[in-house]
Design a protein around this ligand. Structure first.
Ligand SMILES: CC/C=C\C/C=C/C/C=C\CCC/C=C/C(=O)SCCNC(=O)CCNC(=O)[C@H](O)C(C)(C)COP(=O)(O)OP(=O)(O)OC[C@H]1O[C@@H](n2cnc3c(N)ncnc32)[C@H](O)[C@@H]1OP(=O)(O)O
Length: 286
């Protein structure tokens, strides 16, 4: 069995890492839109910071994809805690403005960047812990489910889930598969079919998240878990992750064009465009 999981799939998304030599990295990376803090040689904290809701547009996805590549190029780095500096939101998913009244070429680029992000994250051999400080919606939920472990703040007002169906969107098969791998087939079917949104305690009961902590303990608990897992023999942990995830990953890697076309066709549908317009207006009205 191949142990080089990431580089096995990475060339297929046309950004091979094998030819990029490892370079020494600065201790931390800060941009306006995210912050990476290297806590030790072994793990880092990656904070999204695109107020008001960390919505994912093309430029932001490209930036985040570059950062995931950067993590992969560091052989000493074992894990990343993914969280958000935005008050009360982890991520509200794709920037709906990218989907509403969109140009097909731009929409295609957005979707390819979404696919890249998921393939890099779900296919990474590193440990990803999602420290969920706030709302985790739509693609934000898919991102959290693609991490190895989810810890969420204890706040009943915080929401997690995917409500695509309310707008007439059939969630892509790789999102469904990620959810099935997290909470099982029956709960996924109910969750997606009936646009279920959960508070942290409901999500914990379902297995959609793994732990709930008070907000002041979110990072310290995430670091505690990370430190424990960094002690697990690396090669065996990586091989186990690969063997658990390669089938699901391969289903998108080998089917990207179909997934892109399905997304473009369904998003450009006039009925869906109408729904998106009304949905955007309802968000703005609040
Ligand atoms: C539209 C499709 C829906 C679901 C698709 C589901 C996904 C399937 C899974 C994955 C892949 C398929 C394709 C993926 C698509 C997506 O991810 S589309 C994004 C769907 N996201 C949502 O439906 C979340 C919408 N947002 C909210 O529910 C709330 O904003 C919040 C609970 C996250 C935060 O609430 P508040 O703190 O009360 O903040 P406001 O609601 O006032 O929002 C502040 C500000 O931000 C704007 N905004 C919110 N979300 C988005 C977004 N996703 N894209 C762009 N802009 C967004 C909102 O309009 C406010 O704007 P202003 O009024 O300040 O101008």
């Amino acid at each position: 069995m191949s142990i080089n999981f990431y580089s096995k799939f990475f060339p297929l998304i046309k950004k091979g890492v094998a030819s990029v030599p490892f370079q020494l990295r600065p201790l931390s990376t800060r941009t306006d839109l995210f912050n990476v803090e290297n806590k030790s040689e072994e793990y880092a904290i990656f904070r999204l910071n695109k107020p008001p809701v960390n919505s994912l547009n093309l430029e932001y996805l490209n930036l985040l994809n570059n950062q995931l590549d950067e993590f992969e190029r560091n052989p000493k780095l074992k894990g990343i805690i993914l969280t958000s500096d935005v008050k009360s939101t982890f991520s509200a998913g794709v920037d709906i403005l990218e989907m509403y009244k969109c140009e097909p070429k731009r929409l295609e680029a957005v979707w390819r960047a979404v696919q890249d992000f998921w393939i890099k994250l779900y296919g990474s051999k590193k440990i990803y812990i999602a420290a969920l400080n706030g709302h985790v919606l739509a693609l934000g939920c898919a991102i959290a489910m693609s991490c190895d472990y989810r810890i969420m703040v204890d706040n009943d007002k915080t929401k997690i889930g995917i409500t695509a169906v309310l707008l007439g969107i059939n969630a892509p098969s790789w999102v469904k598969n990620t959810m099935i791998n997290t909470i099982g087939f029956r709960e996924t079917e109910k969750s997606l079919k009936f646009a279920k949104i959960y508070n942290p305690h409901q999500a914990l009961k379902l297995g959609l998240i793994d732990e709930i902590v008070s907000s002041d303990k979110l990072l310290s608990r995430s670091e505690e878990v990370m430190k424990t897992w960094c002690k697990i023999p690396t090669l065996a942990r990586e091989m186990t992750k690969e063997s658990m995830r390669s089938e699901t990953l391969g289903k998108l890697v080998n089917n990207r064009e179909v997934d892109v076309q399905e997304f473009i066709t369904s998003t450009m549908d006039p009925h869906l465009q109408d729904n998106l317009g009304k949905y955007l207006a309802s968000l703005k009205k609040k």
